[in-house]
Design a binder for this molecule. Sequence first.
Ligand code: PAF
Length: 282
Amino acid sequence: MKIVKKVDDVRKEVKKARKEGKTIGFVPTMGALHNGHLSLIKASISECAFTVVSIFVNPIQFNDPADYKKYPRDNERDINLLKKEDVDLLFIPETEEMYKERAETYVEVRGLSDVLEGKFRPGHFKGVCTVVCKLFNIVQPDKAYFGWKDAQQLIVIRKMVKDLNIPVEIVGCPTIRENDGLAASSRNVFIKEDDREKALSLYNSLKKIEDMVLKEGIKDTSILLEEGKSIIAKYTDVELQYLEIVDFENLSPVRKIESKVLVLGAIKLPYVRLIDNIIINV
Ligand code: PAF
């Protein structure tokens, strides 16, 4: 695995691989790698002859500076993990390399970015789209891999790619869960052992909604959401930020489930914010 820090070096390596007729797969990350990331990397390696991974904690997607500061970082551990996979190129730029002079250009997908996560993290998806667009321009991959764990991010990026005619295929990979069902996330390292049950309340609520739809045939989303919210409400120090059932394509709220929907939520424990979702296909 070759490790580079400069945009020009990424371009050089990718150009070489392309000359050899290789397809380029790309997995953008912010590091603190977990099994979710590894599943994306494995998918890229199985489908593409040359896999590029990036590690960059993107400052402009954090609406809260304290969250940016405490975001977990461990490049040495990440590099060791990546060496065990068959990654061809790792790009770890410094912030100055990505945002050289004062950047004045941003990429924003309106509408889809303003709901759900967007309401609680203003500017977040603008930061995500800008950095992902830059990374796509730097790496110029054939395929890029994103997890369904961040469902709204995946949908927003697909829309950006479509609207801007970016020649890359966005591949969505299933959410990877820990043994008890908690969705793999870099932020899970913050969860105290005693708070595990609280952290799992969101997943338990999503599972309950799924059971009510698939086993009991309940399709009215107001009934489903009331039941789902009651599971989280049992924990006094867990703040439910949102729990919604939305259309799979356009993220608009659904009253009665008649097609594929996303059930998404976010909770806040006193020291960590967690998101999760499930897809229900009736
Ligand atoms: O999902 C993430 O880790 C980040 O939002 C991404 C896509 C790497 C952009 O910084």
